[in-house]
Design a protein around this ligand. Structure first.
Ligand code: DAH
Length: 337
């Protein structure tokens, strides 16, 4: 038995002399429940008592030596592993970083945000309306009956006889008035659709911003003051505005509104085509029929409305001469804003 133990010890320490020894495997082989040392200890019952003590001590010392050796190697192996990992994961702080590419706003989004800022600053709220709209709100409620010529000029995409893609943001006026007891002070930006062929100044999808104010005693003076303030904020302090008589079915009186050219200041240049003025929006006093259609008493309340094209403002502001550039998503173009 003594020889067996010496043999186990010799074999174990030999196997454990290599720094890369498979420790778990060797532990099971020598010290495990079915291991070689355990087998020897099991046979000890048959020994005489004095022999048993002697062999027992020897067996324990062999076990301890093997355990110590395994423990030591295990520490060494862990340390070596960590060193290798540290060497491999070494961080070179002088390597140039990977730049984070941030996107930017589309020129139309920039203009819309600026418009919203200006009107929010004047106490307006922003409301949304559906792009798929009833004929009723897009036309009828706005004093544009069936067979009215205005329906021809706005080549409209119909979905059914009564449902269409809105051709203007004005239907939001009717929706808000129906639901709200004045005072009302809102803007509503959004997409509109007309079946126009694409060219430098037309697109079947474009954007408008609608404005509506209703209260007791609202006058044309309020409209003019509001639009003047808007024009100055949008195009610069020196900007003047001018009203030209016009016709819209939903306002009376109606006007087209020009701003003094913000490039030449009014003396005439290429941008304003020598006019000194640039048309930017339509406006007027809300027609009594429209108020009535939406359940507001025209004897008690009055108001003004206006509508502008966001593309048009963007083209003017950024001196873009072809509307198609706004929709082509060419990064080289979009990166300039
Ligand atoms: N909806 C008109 C258009 O698309 C623009 C417009 C004109 C809106 C006058 C208004 C307004 O609210 O009062 O041409």
């Amino acid at each position: 038995m003594r020889e067996t133990l010496e043999k186990i010890k010799k074999e174990a320490l030999e196997a454990l002399s290599s720094p890369s020894a498979q420790l778990e495997e060797l532990r099971i082989r020598f010290l495990g429940k079915k291991g070689e040392l355990t087998a020897v200890l099991r046979g000890m019952g048959k020994l005489a008592p004095e022999e048993r003590r002697e062999i027992g001590e020897l067996a324990n010392s062999v076990r301890q030596q093997i355990e110590q050796r395994i423990e030591m190697l295990s520490e060494q192996q862990k340390a070596a592993k960590l060193d290798a990992k540290l060497a491999e994961e070494k961080l070179d702080v002088t390597v140039p970083g990977v730049g984070v590419k941030t996107g930017r706003f589309h020129p139309l989004a920039l203009v819309q945000r600026q418009l919203e800022d200006i009107f929010l600053g004047m106490g307006y709220s922003i409301v949304d309306g559906p792009e798929v709209e009833y004929d009723y709100y897009n036309f009828q409620a706005l004093n544009i009956p069936k067979d009215h010529p205005a329906r021809d000029t706005q080549d409209t995409f119909y979905i059914t006889e009564n449902i269409l893609l809105r051709s203007q943001t004005s239907p939001v006026q009717a929706r808000v008035m129906e639901k709200t007891t004045p005072p009302i002070k809102i803007i509503s930006p959004g997409r509109v659709y007309r079946s126009d062929a694409v060219d430098a100044t037309h697109s079947p999808l474009f954007h408008q911003l609608e404005g509506l104010v209703i209260d007791r005693g609202i006058t044309m003076g309020d409209l003019k003051g509001t639009l003047e303030m808007f024009a100055k904020r949008m195009f610069g302090e020196q900007t003047r505005i001018r009203f030209r008589p016009h016709h819209f079915p939903f306002t009376e009186p109606s006007a087209e509104v020009d701003v003094s050219c913000f490039v030449c200041g009014g003396t005439g240049c290429r941008l304003c085509k020598g006019e000194g003025w640039i048309e930017i929006l339509g406006a007027g006093m809300v027609h009594p029929n429209v108020l009535r259609n939406c359940g507001i008493d025209p004897e008690e309340y009055s108001g003004f409305a206006f509508g502008l094209g966001i593309e048009r403002i963007a083209l003017l502001k950024y001196h873009i001469d072809d509307m198609r550039l706004l929709y082509e998503n060419d990064i080289r173009f979009l990166n300039q804003f």
